[in-house]
Design a protein around this ligand. Sequence first.
Ligand SMILES: [Zn+2]
Length: 475
Amino acid sequence: VRRAVLFVPLAAGLLAAILSFAPEAPRLSSETRTAAEELRRAALSGSRASDWVQSLTDRAGARLAGSEGDRAAVAWALETLRAQGFANVRAEKVTVPVWKRGVETGELTAPHRHTLALTALGGSVPTPPGGIEAEVLEVDSLEMLEAKGAAASGKIVFFNKKMARSRDGSGYGKAVPVRSEGAIRAAKQGAVAVVIRSIGTDNNRLPHTGAMRENPTPDKIPAAALSNPDADLLARLVREGGPVRLRLTLGCRTLPDAESANVLGEVPGGALPEEIVLLGAHLDSWDLGLGALDDGAGCGIVLEAARLIGRLPRRPRRTIRVVFFANEENGLAGGKAYAATHAGELGRHAAAIEADSGTGRPFGFQWNAGTSAGPWLAEVGTLLEPFGANEMKAGGHGGADISRLVTAGVPLFGLFQDATTYFDIHHSANDTLDKIDPESLDRAVAATAVLAYCLADSPEPIERIPAAKRRLPRW
Ligand SMILES: [Zn+2]
């Protein structure tokens, strides 16, 4: 009896060892692979993604939440999805904050007079009509501001934190806290205004705007971003020792909330139409440029990827749902509204993919799902390898708009693009159509369409994000 008890686990172990050396069964069926290869060929031979970016930006212009451009963008999205034959095209109401830029001027008043290039940060309160003039206190971080204590009182705090250039754009996340939190912290220490070095990697005189976290207290102070060369000048003058003073005039203001919309359209699935693979990008933009890269490019990529899937003779099992999200830039109202409106069907969301990194060449995807998805994704990668888009990087939140779906465990994917020059342009007046690289967008369409098709056509959905990892990102 004892011998038999020993023998069973030994035999099972031996069998497992033999099986682990056996060649793995392919995870994608030949039908799935053939369709994915057809999508890849169609996208790489010249897609319409850049045409969609042109049509959106020429028609709607800048698209800050609640603006006329925002409304025109919603109309563009509805018309375009219908004209391209998408099913269940609809607008879902989203309440958005409305903030309007006004006059904005900056001037160095000591040690000499010089005009500064600056722009208000999103959500900033205005200055009095005559502006605010005060001495500058330079810090490089929120921590350094904290350490200065009462020294910030009565000053204009200058956050001088340089963003590092890199292929994955990771310098952005490291620089953002001074933009989102700087004014709240400086107000607490008695400062009268905040200027930050633009979060951007260029050296031209176009400043970069961006969102701030809403100050929950009544002590709001105006905040603006200086162009990088102006921030350099300010830093040099501070280093010389004498008092450096500047005057800041901002006429921006917050208006009552308005109505905007998430716009949806679908390619219905074959065998499992109630299960969804979401392809998302955000329809809104900042007001300074035309939002061609941020996120016109993403809108063009997901629309074209879904359109190509809809033209295939063989529909994938699951439904492909395109979502153009409202108000990513100024509060994420669209992403939050989608998660709330669709709470009841998030369990049937097999995956979500977001494109929101501009026009750079795609390298692959960042992904967050159960670990068993890894080998499956490696096999999908073999379809992306011919054009170098097969890097599958575990981690990340997929993208701001889809990040809320993490709490339902929806597997999240973010298109991973070359961001080396993206932050030269991002959130500045330079974000215009001429920056779009049509060939890179074609590659991005190919990568997105192939991954979406494989996710939608797999007999079993990939493993969801494990319960212990279903945490919202910090913002
Ligand atoms: Zn964006």
